[in-house]
Design a protein around this ligand. Structure first.
Ligand SMILES: NC(=O)c1ccc[n+]([C@@H]2O[C@H](COP(=O)([O-])OP(=O)(O)OC[C@H]3O[C@@H](n4cnc5c(N)ncnc54)[C@H](OP(=O)(O)O)[C@@H]3O)[C@@H](O)[C@H]2O)c1
Length: 252
């Protein structure tokens, strides 16, 4: 790895670090030299993530939809003089629900985790005291569902499209502070989220989904490697963009 792709000396905050893509991001960013602030809820799985790191890191059990909990942890970090070089917001939830079954109460929980928590956390990490002199980089996990559609994905798509839209305005607003904001839009990645999805219930449904990806289903590490690029100095002139990491799903 050349120096510009290295995360050596950087502190990276990763939400969803207790599972799937977020955990892979923690492990791969650690291999790339970063100190990891691992956010999640399940303490045992968070501890597993921390113990698998190549370098150093610290776990924080936080319910991201509870702003008091977020405030408490972020205040502690700020008071300890922690500067945040990068963020990967991987925490998220999904649902597959036909339009006829959608009610307002089904929308809010997804919006709270996938969108509102991303914005609230971004407010914290872009505070003057938390941004290193050279600026920082924020990466949101959107999804191909933020740009294209599938039956039953209306609510999930709303939230992932919202994150894409937010990242562009944030990128413009924060550029003068050398803070970059980008999204990654994965196709289907093998993780607990996709394993629990309806398309994983039987082999033929799973094959149908896999066949939509010319390169097959993704691995969490495929997304983590893209995140490393967006966090590193190698992407210093990249902001407000959306990187599809989807095995060719959207190329079809
Ligand atoms: N897997 C895919 O195929 C795929 C495709 C496109 C986009 N994505 C996006 O990629 C991201 C990661 O997905 P994944 O596959 O890694 O999912 P996952 O394995 O289900 O992990 C989700 C993570 O989010 C955390 N989380 C959920 N709700 C939370 C809350 N209210 N407060 C704090 N943390 C919360 C979970 O923490 P605990 O487990 O500790 O509760 C877990 O660490 C998501 O944003 C997802 O939408 C995934």
């Amino acid at each position: 790895m050349t120096d510009s792709f290295s995360l050596k000396g950087k502190t990276i905050l990763i939400t969803g670090a207790s599972s799937g893509i977020g955990r892979a991001c923690a492990l791969e960013c650690s291999k790339a030299g970063a100190f990891i602030l691992a956010f999640g809820r399940d303490e045992d799985r968070l501890a597993e993530s921390i113990s698998s790191l190549e370098g150093e890191g610290k776990a924080f059990s936080v319910e991201l939809t509870n702003t008091d909990e977020v405030d408490e942890v972020m205040k502690e970090l700020e008071n300890n003089g922690v500067k945040i070089d990068g963020v990967i917001h991987s925490a998220g939830i999904s649902t597959t629900l036909p339009l006829r079954m959608i009610t307002p109460d089904k929308i809010q929980p997804l919006f709270d985790v996938n969108v509102s928590s991303a914005i609230y956390l971004s407010k914290w990490v872009t505070r003057k005291k938390m941004v290193p002199e050279n600026g920082s980089s924020i990466v949101f996990l959107s999804s191909v569902m933020g740009s294209v559609g599938e039956a039953g994905k209306t609510i999930y798509s709303i939230t992932k499209g919202a994150v894409l839209a937010a990242s562009r305005s944030m990128a413009v607003e924060l550029a003068s502070k050398s803070i970059r904001v980008n999204c990654i839009s994965p196709g289907v990645v093998e993780s607990p989220m996709s394993e629990n999805a309806v398309y994983s219930r039987n082999e033929s449904a799973r094959k149908k989904i896999a066949d939509l990806h010319p390169l097959g289903l993704g691995k969490p590490e495929d997304v983590a490697n893209a995140a490393i690029y967006l966090l590193s100095d190698a992407s210093g002139w990249v902001t407000g963009t959306n990187l599809f990491v989807d095995g060719g799903y959207t190329a079809r």
